[in-house]
Design a protein around this ligand. Structure first.
Ligand SMILES: [Zn+2]
Length: 67
């Protein structure tokens, strides 16, 4: 029982690490941010992609994408 629980938590940690890593893309020696950062909260606060807009989960700021 305790063995499977341990495995589940390890899986969760791996998943979250991947989620953070997906915010960046390394192109040769350049680091590209795949998400915009919140202009209110400053760099380090990524905005979530909602299709036609981005929103900050920290302050709730929403920015529409320019198409
Ligand atoms: Zn914000």
């Amino acid at each position: 029982m305790s063995e499977s629980k341990k495995e589940a938590s390890a899986k969760k940690e791996k998943k979250e690490a991947r989620k953070i890593f997906s915010l960046y893309k390394v192109d040769k020696d350049k680091l590209i941010r795949l998400r915009p950062t919140c202009e209110r909260c400053g760099p380090g606060y990524f905005m979530a992609d909602h299709g036609d807009r981005y929103s900050c989960g920290h302050c709730g700021f929403t920015r529409y994408k320019h198409t």
